[in-house]
Design a protein around this ligand. Structure first.
Ligand code: PLP
Length: 470
């Protein structure tokens, strides 16, 4: 019998409860977190929509040498809430209209907390049958709610960037490497992702959009034919269902016809606009989703979820597994069950993002969620109406899927950028400027159902004032 080494004996002398807290302490601290979150949610209207801190100041407040000894958890929670988390955009603020808001809902927050507290995992079936079942079910609910093809299988990922590129990897595995077609309104993360996965830049065709910021099927057909004549292999079309700039939706039925006749994979990026298909108005703007070979939508944008959660659907059953499955020796004990979520993307260890979405669907029901989405569409239409009433302003692109863009009648590009920055600095609201075919505009994204018509009116009135004064 050997002897335990001195080092092993030292290690075993460390008490096993070294990280443990007692139940009362955990409860008290947990309630502190709940209280802080409720305070945030119930006073949000009086808070700033976005705060950007000073780098040196934040580093001084939050940094220093690596802590050698522990300190009060309660005090540290206060530092996190009051300093770190106070200096950010509040995508859940009713007057946060910039980029894409993230109006998360309380059941979804609860789901996230519960999943975190119970170390949820949705990787293998053997090690996560419950969470894996939740993911299969919520993806199917979402698929059916959006009207996607019934054969679609889903996987939850961190966001649109990862989900879109996972779709492209899947398409490439099935069609072989080739030319990829997208538009000048395709989200920038997709082009970045394409280059990152080794797609040669000269095998990406970025087609100019038409006057309505949509990919033209005529131009697409011409581009495919030119590539075929050159002996190249057209492989994938990336369409957008709700562009980030204007909410434009590509002509999905026409693009789908082209993809069928030339044997191309059709991927639809509905990261932003996809959830609109839950309501009747949105569904009619998003005709043809069922034709997509793959489709992405982000519940952390317009389906009231805390970050992060995106959903990728692929129409051909088993296509994701054929692309991503691996069966290493040390996972054999847990693999081979009903569904292996670890084999549907590049993520192995993955928390259950489905817990929060499942709880949201169950708590509100589809009808309420659809109504909340529909309100966002209506708010952008109301914003358009107010811009039309104001002689200092003009609409540039009409309300589409919760986005409206407009400009000052007598303002130049810098005026718009300054007006957006000034409003954001004031803290009343946060809005974006963007550039549409060379024209700088102001843009509101109005998908937070708790936004009031007064919030919209107050924001537009201030912007009109800043534009004329600047
Ligand atoms: C249309 C579209 N696609 C993709 C993305 C990227 O999504 P994420 O930021 O979740 O990675 C966005 C983000 O705004 C988007 O609007």
């Amino acid at each position: 019998m050997g002897k335990l080494s001195a080092q092993t004996q030292r290690a075993l002398a460390i008490p096993e409860n070294i990280l443990a807290l007692d139940a009362d302490q955990m409860r008290r601290l947990g309630y502190e977190v709940v209280d802080r979150v409720i305070e945030h949610l119930t006073t949000i209207r009086e808070q700033r929509a976005l705060t950007t801190g000073d780098k040196d100041r934040l580093t001084a407040q939050l940094g220093g040498q690596i802590p050698q000894q522990g300190s009060s958890i309660s005090e540290n929670l206060a530092i996190l809430a009051d300093i770190a988390l106070a200096n950010q955009q509040h995508g859940d603020h009713p007057r946060y209209f910039a980029r894409v808001p993230g109006p998360s809902s309380y059941p979804a927050i609860l789901g996230e907390w519960l999943a975190t507290g119970m170390q949820s995992v949705a990787s293998s079936w053997g090690g996560g049958s419950g969470p894996s079942t939740l993911e299969t079910i919520t993806c199917a609910w979402l698929r059916d709610g959006l009207g996607l093809a019934p054969s679609c299988e889903g996987v939850l990922l961190s966001g649109g960037s990862m989900a879109n590129i996972t779709a492209v990897i899947t398409a490439r595995a099935h069609k072989g490497a080739g030319i990829i077609y997208l538009s000048d309104q395709t989200h920038s993360s997709i082009k970045r992702g394409l280059l990152a996965i080794g797609q040669p830049a000269d095998h990406i065709r970025t087609l100019a959009t038409d006057a309505n910021f949509r990919l033209s099927p005529i131009d697409l057909k011409a581009a495919i034919e030119i590539d075929l004549e050159s002996g190249l292999h057209p492989m994938l079309v990336i369409a957008t269902a709700g562009t980030t700039n204007t909410g434009a939706v590509d002509d999905l039925p026409a693009l789908a016809d082209l993809c069928v006749s030339f044997n191309l994979w059709l991927h639809v990026d509905g990261a932003y606009g996809g959830p609109a298909a839950l309501c009747t108005t949105g569904r009619s703007a998003l005709l043809g989703l069922e034709h997509a070979d793959s489709f992405v939508t982000d519940p952390h944008k317009w389906l009231f979820q805390p970050y992060d959660i995106a959903c990728l659907f692929v129409k051909t059953p088993g296509a994701l597994e054929r692309t991503f499955a691996m069966y290493p020796e040390y996972l054999k004990d847990v693999a081979g069950g009903a569904v292996e979520m670890q084999n549907r993307s590049l993520e192995l260890t993955r928390r259950s993002r489905a817990v929060k979405l499942w709880l949201t669907f169950r708590s509100y029901g589809l009808q309420t969620l659809a109504a909340a989405v529909e309100r966002g569409i209506g708010l952008a239409e109301y914003a358009q109406y107010l811009v039309e009433q104001d002689e200092r302003l003009k609409v540039v692109t009409p309300a589409a899927l919760g986005i409206v863009t407009f400009a000052g009648v007598n303002s130049d590009a810098d005026d718009h950028v300054r007006a957006a920055a000034r409003l954001t600095e004031d803290g009343y609201a946060a809005v974006s400027s963007t550039v549409l075919k060379g024209q700088t505009v102001l843009r509101l994204c109005t998908i937070n159902p708790s936004t009031t018509t007064d919030d919209i009116a107050g924001t537009i009135a201030r912007l009109a004032q800043f534009l004329t004064r600047s």
